[in-house]
Design a protein around this ligand. Structure first.
Ligand SMILES: *Cc1c(COP(=O)(O)O)cnc(C)c1O
Length: 427
């Protein structure tokens, strides 16, 4: 597989190089030089999830990893199902939250961990990442116990839900967690400073594992096929997929799946009040506002990292511009959508509810909707209980960590303090 830096076409990389580098020169994103079209998609859709995913990834990545290795990686990463549930007579949901940390980020996080541990075989690597909730847990779980890889997760102290925190701060071993006395933006800027510091970047072999890593994106392509395989064949050509979006990795993966030949009619980019993309799609003006806090906090992003890849898919002719619409949903309609879903007998959380609202609002005659369920409702227990007025029970992964002690170390929002801590920890 060849990847090209979208900011510098002279900067190319193999899959393995792109996985190790994360970002290219000038902070440019790597994008496939060509996206293959699959032969017989219907035949592929009849296969089981893991077998089909290996075939899809082999057609994109090629034989760079060797056949046996890719098979092993997929088998170890995709160990949980992605079921489609029927919500109304015209609307389905794809549940992506049956992995160990109950959010769709488990797919990309686990695939990346398996790829990186094999590609860097034996060399030490330090994963340094900042999280506002779900990414940290998925990455920490995915890399926990993998030899030669250390993980350092920064999170804003007291600003993520206690259960979210416990999913990654109770692991120990090679997973080190730091509660920073500051907000998420400060955590992110500490990570950036570390990457600009050669002592730390080279000394500790830093890798960020964030959502711009190509391996995370490619893993996510696979569950769009899994979704369509569960939709009755006669409805597939009329399928409208609504993606709750923040950094836009999930939507990028869906559009790559369509470019490869998956029958999806069009997409809806569903956002909360952080509506840079829906406004851009209407006006053609890219005008990010300051980020506002919402109930769907994993989507509180006003400058989405992955957007240049979506532009590339359109500009390079893989996806027609008319196949993407944007819709922003405010806090009141998010709550209304959660209650409507409950009325249909389906308990949901704010992120998925936004995608449901967007698709039920936008569906034309003859079309069918599918919205992505990106997190388990219990991850947002307080919000869901408040909005629905009903108690919610905890699924097993959350029960298991609820009573454990957090092992996080608290540090001030100061780079020198972080550097000293990391150098001591990982020397
Ligand atoms: C990360 C996240 C999103 C946003 O996904 P992107 O790929 O960044 O657009 C949506 N919902 C939940 C629950 C998430 O954790």
């Amino acid at each position: 597989m060849e990847l090209v830096n979208l900011k510098n076409s002279g900067d190319t990389a193999s899959f393995a190089e792109a996985v190790k580098r994360g970002l290219g020169k000038n902070q440019g994103l790597y994008f496939p030089a060509t996206i293959p079209t699959l032969g017989d998609v219907d035949e592929l859709l009849d296969k089981p999830f893991v077998e089909r995913s290996i075939a899809i990834l082999r057609s994109i990545i090629g034989d760079e990893l060797g056949d046996g290795l890719l098979e092993e990686i997929v088998q170890q990463a995709f160990t949980f199902p992605a079921p489609v549930e029927t919500v109304t007579d015209r609307i389905y949901t794809l549940e992506l939250f049956h992995g160990p940390t109950l959010a769709f980020k488990d797919f990309g996080g686990r695939f990346m961990a398996q790829c990186l541990s094999r590609i860097s075989a034996g060399e030490p690597v330090t994963i340094l990442t900042a999280t506002s909730g779900d990414t940290g847990a998925a990455v920490a779980r995915a890399f926990h116990g993998i030899e030669n890889i250390n993980v350092v997760i920064l999170f804003p102290k007291g600003k993520i839900s206690p259960l979210q925190e416990k999913l990654f701060s109770t692991l120990g071993d090679n997973v080190h967690t730091v509660a920073v006395e500051g907000d998420f933006d400060i955590c992110q800027s500490l990570v950036k400073t570390a990457f600009d510091d050669p002592d730390v970047r080279e000394g500790l072999h830093l890798n960020s594992a964030n959502s711009i890593n190509i391996s995370r994106l490619l893993a996510q392509v696979c569950y769009y096929f899994e979704a369509v395989s569960q939709i009755p064949a006669e409805k597939r050509e009329q399928l409208v997929v609504s993606v709750p979006s923040g950094n836009f990795g999930n939507l990028t993966a869906g559009m790559i799946a369509k470019a490869m030949g998956l029958p999806i009619k069009r997409f809806i980019a569903a956002t909360n009040l952080n509506d840079t993309v829906p406004r851009y799609l209407k006006t053609g003006e890219w005008e990010p506002n300051a980020t506002v806090a919402t109930m769907s906090n994993a989507m509180d992003v006003s400058q989405p990292n992955n957007w240049p890849r979506i532009e590339a898919l359109i500009e390079q002719g893989y996806i027609d511009k008319s196949c993407l619409r944007g819709e922003s949903v405010d806090e009141e309609y998010t709550q209304l959508a959660m209650r409507q879903l409950a009325h249909h007998g389906y308990t949901s959380e704010p992120h998925a509810a936004i995608a449901f609202r967007a698709v039920s609002h936008d569906l034309n005659e003859g079309e069918y909707g599918l919205f992505l369920g990106t997190a388990h409702p219990a991850k947002f227990r307080e919000t869901v209980e408040n909005v629905l007025g009903q108690p919610l029970s905890l699924p097993k992964p959350l029960q298991e960590v609820a009573g454990k002690e957090s092992l996080a170390v608290t540090l001030p929002a100061d780079y020198q303090a972080l550097k000293a801590h990391m150098m001591e920890l990982l020397k």
